[in-house]
Design a protein around this ligand. Structure first.
Ligand code: FAD
Ligand code: NAP
Length: 358
């Protein structure tokens, strides 16, 4: 049997030749376009994946952007996205956190890792005005989710808090998002953000510091660096991820991160450290936070910071950066470095440190 006779879609017996001819003949760019023309890929995920790979190989793909594009969709002209899938990543203290994948196949939504999207929740506030949009970090790489091209994922925690007088209150947008089902539609805007993005340098060291759902953009980062067909071949740098969560069941994407360490491209390049604040204590009996992880490895991290090709990113809870900065400013004293000046230059001039905390 020749390579061209190879059956790609076993459900419908469609050969590789038929699929490649369709991709090349009609300049097809998505799996769904192939499906319409060839009957291939009507059912199983394996087939979708194979067809996606053939599109990458034989198709004249729309070039994915390397510089961030912004605000193609705005609150007064949002894109109506459809929910493709939802997955509960964890439930802690009555709040669930979900991974939500959205279909953007009919949109021009050329995002890259580290950008965010806006969600305009339906309905109006107590004053009768439409709800304002909320931002969510994009949790997928530019190519979308594994077998679902033209998709974008977010990682959302349902906000629940006690309000004096009102009792338990749920956040407007996060509870709207966490209640969505497959097939539901929602208005999105964006993409947003131009600086919280990966360096082009293939030898860069990348230090990622996250708390809670602040892990979202970093999932896009690691998937781009280690699972993207092209970038994974050229990226030779190291990724150091420090992740702080309240409970061990809130280590979002744990399995994915563990699996990643067995992917050839990431072997020895992906370094994961987790602090579980409500289950682990430091030697002095304090809750273990991300900055304790950095403190434990401070000599190594300090040496990295001194290298001009090291980039540091904070994402998550407001204030989380303070503990880490304190570790470095203490280190600086022992190294005779003016930390204030060094850090200012690192952020402003060299653009090697990016903080996105809310
Ligand atoms: P709202 O209804 O807007 O309620 C929030 C308000 O509730 C607060 O302003 C405060 O007044 C009040 N409140 C909150 N907590 C308490 C409390 N404990 N006690 C009393 N009052 C309180 N979130 C994610 O889950 N995932 C992400 O990836 C993500 N990415 C973001 C990226 C950016 C750039 C930004 C700016 C924010 C991001 N957020 C993310 C947060 C998100 O935008 C929303 O703020 C969050 O989901 C809450 O919105 P909500 O509409 O549910 O809450
Ligand atoms: P979470 O699950 O509550 O986890 C936060 C973790 O950080 C907990 O373990 C918490 O410990 C710990 N922590 C508390 N204070 C800290 C400090 N000073 N330094 C280091 N760690 C500290 O988090 P979450 O509810 O998802 O909240 C994440 C926040 O990130 C939200 O406010 C969200 O809006 C924001 N966010 C921003 C972006 C962005 O800007 N791009 C993206 C995603 C999320 P204890 O609770 O045990 O004390």
């Amino acid at each position: 049997m020749s390579d061209e006779d190879e059956i790609i879609c076993h459900c419908y017996g469609v050969s590789k030749k038929v699929i490649v001819d369709a991709i090349q003949g009609y300049n097809l760019q998505t799996v769904d376009q192939v499906k319409k023309l060839t009957d291939a890929c009507s059912g199983c995920g394996t087939c979708r994946f194979e067809v996606g790979e053939l599109i990458k190989e034989y198709g004249n793909m729309k070039p994915k952007p390397t510089v961030p594009q912004m605000n193609i969709y705005r609150p007064n002209s949002p894109f109506k996205a459809k929910v493709l899938s939802t997955k509960v990543l964890s439930v802690a203290d009555g709040c669930e956190t979900k991974h939500i994948v959205l279909d953007i196949s009919n949109a021009e939504f050329p995002f890259i890792e580290g950008q965010s999207l806006g969600v305009v929740p339906p309905g109006s506030n107590e004053k009768g005005k439409s709800h304002k949009l909320r931002l969510y970090s994009i949790a997928s790489p530019r190519g979308g989710e594994d077998t679902i091209e033209d998709s974008v994922a977010i990682c959302v925690k349902r906000l629940i808090y006690e309000d004096e007088g009102k009792g338990e209150v749920q956040g407007v947008c996060s509870s709207f998002l966490c209640s969505l089902d497959v097939g539901d539609e929602l208005n999105i805007t964006g993409p947003v953000g131009h600086s919280f993005i990966l360096p082009d340098d293939d030898n860069a060291n990348v230090i990622l510091i996250a708390t809670g759902t602040g892990i979202a953009p970093f999932r896009g980062f690691w998937r781009h660096l280690f699972l993207n067909k092209e970038r994974s071949k050229t990226f030779k740098g190291h990724v150091y991820l420090y992740f702080g969560v309240p409970y061990s069941n809130s280590i979002y994407y744990k399995e994915e991160m563990e699996e990643l360490r067995s992917v050839e491209e990431s072997t020895d390049q992906f370094h994961l450290n987790v602090a579980v604040s409500r289950e682990e204590k430091t030697a002095s009996g304090d809750k273990k936070y991300v900055y304790h992880l950095i403190e434990e490895q401070k000599e190594m991290v300090w040496d990295l910071l001194m290298k001009p090709n090291t980039y540091m990113y904070f994402c998550g809870l407001k204030g989380m950066e303070v503990g880490v900065e304190k570790v470095f400013s203490e280190m600086a004293k022992t190294k005779d470095v003016d930390w204030e000046a060094f850090y200012r230059k690192m952020k402003k001039e060299d653009k090697r440190c990016h903080v996105e905390v809310y």
